[in-house]
Design a protein. Sequence first.
Length: 373
Amino acid sequence: MTAKGFDIAIIGGGVIGLTLARALCDRGAKLAVFDAGADVPQATRAAAGMLAPSFEYGEEFGGPAEAVYHLGARSLAMWADYAAALEQETGVFVDYRSDGALGLSYRDEQTAALAEQAAQVKRLGGDVEMISGDEARELEPALSADIAAALHAPKDTQVDPRRVMAALKVSLNRRGVEIIQGRVLSLGDGETIRQFVTAEGDIYEANRKVLATGAVGGLTSRGLVYPVKGEATAIASESVITRVLRAPGAYLCPKAEGRLVIGATEEIGPFDHHSVSPAAVAGLRANAARAVPALGMAAELERWAGLRPGTPDGAPIMGQDKNGRYLALGHYRNGVLHAPAAAEAMAALILGETPAFDLAPFSISRFSSGRDG
Ligand code: GLY
């Protein structure tokens, strides 16, 4: 049996895999994407789509948080043009918004934590400010009178990840990139073993292989990427709030067509992206309604769970391993945010060009169990 061959095989059809495929296509590469489909949880399907470098750069993990912040800020700066180009090319609306975000506090210690975060983000070059509860209510009149203060991040914003995925698929389809539905069983050595097989028994070969596998497969067996489950819900809400709100215990993201996403729980470990606990959804709804009381009675549209691809130090893994495989995974809470910048850098690396920023902080060699390949 002759194996079907490609120059580059991207394993993983989430936002990281698809944006990388598009960036490689732009540079004339011949490739295919292997997508394990709905049975394997894509973090992208579950994501709220916040583009929030000011809030989620993982300083609590003691890893290369500054590099993560700068990756997020760089990618945020690319998103407006990226979304516009994607929409223009495909005709698919991706709901990119540029309304900013508010981190909210009720109590002094929460305000102090936000102020510390604001100072840190400013030190890193970010554009954020602390504002009073009244100033926050001027921006978002539906906010509770109990909100004491807020961290205003005017440049943080959001996009709709499901719409982005739909647009990326149209874009890749127009460019003739195959998205092959199949779970890749073993990738083998990137430089000398060209062939690999899917769970369906189909054999493929590629000169270069890229792991963009998210929370499953890939590096999970070595503990370098692990699932961090998140549960979320969407409710019906037309124009109650306009920007992303990050309240204690819930974030709120208004989307098109009267949909408002409320997320998300965080639980390390289970490979379970199917079950959604009623108590978790009730907790998210209560925390959201505490911040925006008008949402208390809103009808639920949907609830779901997904698995974020966590890493031991909260930073993504980008680069090449000792076996010649390219790695583009572990973006934890920030896959959608990081996608445009990560795709450009990884496409450059794979094609032997110089990436626009230093990938060294994201190398797998920073982990002792990553040094042998
Ligand atoms: N970035 C939002 C989340 O991971 O829940």
